[in-house]
Design a protein around this ligand. Structure first.
Ligand code: GAL
Length: 397
């Protein structure tokens, strides 16, 4: 049974607690993972109590029910490794198994962070040489999601490749593959989140090394410039994403204070068009109504989570005025008109240039209003750094 399970899991599938004969199979990360991470807002200032409070807030705010289920502890939990090789959390996390149980009791899932190097980027203990042992321990804690951050493994790549780029890339791939295999051997379905900043065109091989998601860039920060430089950089990468394997432009900065409302709507719309993992990175225990209206805009979330699993892409652009399209199930489509200028600008959606045949019934996904029937061109004023996002469907015959 275990061998069968591993074979199925290797193919990107898992059998949820079923018997070998079960016809019911489910893909891991069939739609982009949604959840929350400690990193963008709290950085290393984290503890068991903080994570429990955020888990509570995910439930009471409605975030969990909107789809945000992974509670991901990023860097900062790791303490020291003992003589038997067991990696202990810092004293801020007295009992990881109990914390995992608490998270699960709330209908949420448990995410954790380590890396293939001896140390994380913050100089904490990572998994080099202890991959199997760590994977087993994570599974015993009930971990459902593992972010694997390259960090100091890049020194090993440099040293062992002697500067040969191909060798260096091969070492990186092998390191990710190794941890993925160890995760499979635990028998627990664990989403594998690759974080190596897009190096070596990871989108071309990330799925083969077991990645359910892989970062396409360096770290996001809470500014419109950084957010857009990361998000729009994914133009042309849509073919590499699909059910079970996603391009990841990084954790969301919505609600962290560095972007105005238009910019945050652009951020959330762009991530949805990219079929990106939606991992909130704010303090969910203290969200303004505006933050909630963005993170819990179910019509935009539905674009991200569309079961067809196609990433959107740039359809056409005139300088900083970009029109993106994302095919959705049922022969429908999402389109987003992004104005990257700082002032309000008239923008035109040309149906034929997003590949749409005939007329379209359009709905505005931010005003939640039906726009009416479009045929040919549709011109709209888009605020500076803002977005107009529409859902298009065919007219009833
Ligand atoms: C970086 C990573 C970030 C975060 C941080 C933690 O390397 O890209 O997303 O995980 O490490 O120290």
């Amino acid at each position: 049974m275990k061998t069968l399970w591993i074979a199925v899991a290797m193919a990107g599938l898992l059998v949820p607690g079923g018997s070998a004969g079960s016809a019911q199979t489910e893909m891991l990360a069939a739609t982009p993972p949604m959840g929350w991470s400690t990193w963008n807002h709290f950085h290393h200032d984290i503890s068991d109590a903080l994570v429990r409070a955020q888990a509570d807030a995910l439930v009471s705010s409605g975030m969990r029910d909107a789809g945000y289920v992974y509670v991901n502890i990023d860097g900062g939990w790791e303490g020291s490794r003992d003589a038997a090789g067991v990696l202990h959390p810092t004293s801020n996390f007295p009992d990881m198994k109990a914390l995992g149980d608490y998270i699960h009791s709330k209908g949420l899932k448990f995410g954790l962070y380590t890396g293939p190097g001896p140390k994380t980027c913050a100089g904490a203990m990572a998994s080099y040489g202890f991959e199997a042992q760590d994977a087993r321990m994570f599974a015993s804690w009930g971990v459902d999601f593992l972010k694997y951050d390259l960090c100091s493994f890049s020194n090993i790549m440099k040293r062992e490749s002697g500067g040969d780029q191909e060798k260096s890339d091969a070492l990186m791939k092998a390191a990710y593959e190794k941890m993925h295999k160890n995760l499979l051997l635990t028998g627990r379905p664990i989403v594998f989140s690759m974080c190596q900043y897009g190096w070596g065109e990871v989108w071309e091989w990330g799925a083969q090394t077991g990645g359910n998601l892989w970062r396409t860039s360096g770290d996001i920060s809470d500014s419109y410039d950084r957010m857009t430089s990361i998000g729009f950089r994914e133009a042309g990468l849509s073919a590499y994403a699909g059910p079970g394997h996603w391009n990841d432009p990084d954790i969301l900065e919505v609600g962290n204070g560095g972007m105005n409302a238009e910019e945050q709507r652009t951020h959330f719309s762009l991530w949805a068009m990219l079929a990106a993992p939606l991992i909130a990175g704010n303090d969910v225990s203290a969200m303004t109504e505006q933050t909630k209206s963005i993170l819990m805009n179910r019509e935009v979330i539905a674009v991200d989570q569309d079961p067809l699993g196609k990433e959107g892409d740039r359809a056409y652009a005139t300088g900083p005025l970009e029109v993106w399209a994302k095919p959705l199930e049922g022969n429908t489509m999402a389109v987003a008109l992004f104005n990257r200028l700082s002032g309000a600008t008239r923008m035109t959606l040309r149906l034929k240039d997003v590949g749409w045949q005939g007329r379209a019934a359009a709905r505005n996904l931010w005003t939640h209003e039906d726009v009416g029937v479009l045929s040919g061109d549709y011109t709209v004023t888009v605020p500076g750094h803002g977005v107009a996002m529409l859902h298009l469907s065919h007219l009833e015959r």
